[in-house]
Design a protein around this ligand. Structure first.
Ligand code: DQA
Length: 145
């Protein structure tokens, strides 16, 4: 059976391409999805990209992933730095978790330097623009091979 990867995106990432393009670029979540789908095809994986501005919805999708997904790629956006609940949900997921940030969070304000999700993630990509998602998908393909 084809393995599915959940690609979860947190608050404000629906505005990707419009929001602070000097930091996050001009490409949209549709572009992210197209790039991830290309890599997923190479590895015989399926992917399901989702975005929510609501912490509880992200948590519900992580719970759903326990049955529905072999791995999770997550850009938790601001929840990265605040949400013990997202981290706890990821700790209840058994497959690999990869964390992506479009910007280089370590070059930004100190409050962006700490990530609760990094305490759970197998790997973290930051500052590669939206290419980070495709790189994470490639890594996921290797981890699940
Ligand atoms: C982000 C970085 C976060 O600090 C920020 O709150 C975001 C996006 C990134 O992709 O660079 O919303 O996760």
């Amino acid at each position: 059976m084809t393995k599915t990867i959940y690609i979860l995106n947190g608050p404000n990432l629906n505005l990707l391409g419009k929001r602070q393009p000097e930091i996050y670029g001009h490409e949209t979540l549709d572009d992210v999805e197209a790039q991830c789908r290309g890599v997923a095809d190479e590895f015989g994986l399926a992917c399901n990209l989702m975005q929510s501005n609501h912490e509880g919805q992200i948590i519900d999708w992580i719970h759903e992933a326990r049955q529905a997904a072999a791995g999770i790629i997550i850009n938790p956006a601001a929840l990265t730095h605040t949400s013990v609940a997202v981290m706890d949900a990821l700790n209840a997921f058994e497959g690999p978790v990869l964390e992506v940030h479009i910007s280089n969070v370590h070059k930004r304000e100190p409050f962006r330097h700490h990530s609760y999700v990094s305490l759970r993630a197998e790997g973290v990509i930051a500052g590669f623009g939206i290419e980070g998602y495709a790189l994470a998908m490639r890594r996921m393909g290797g981890l699940l091979a």
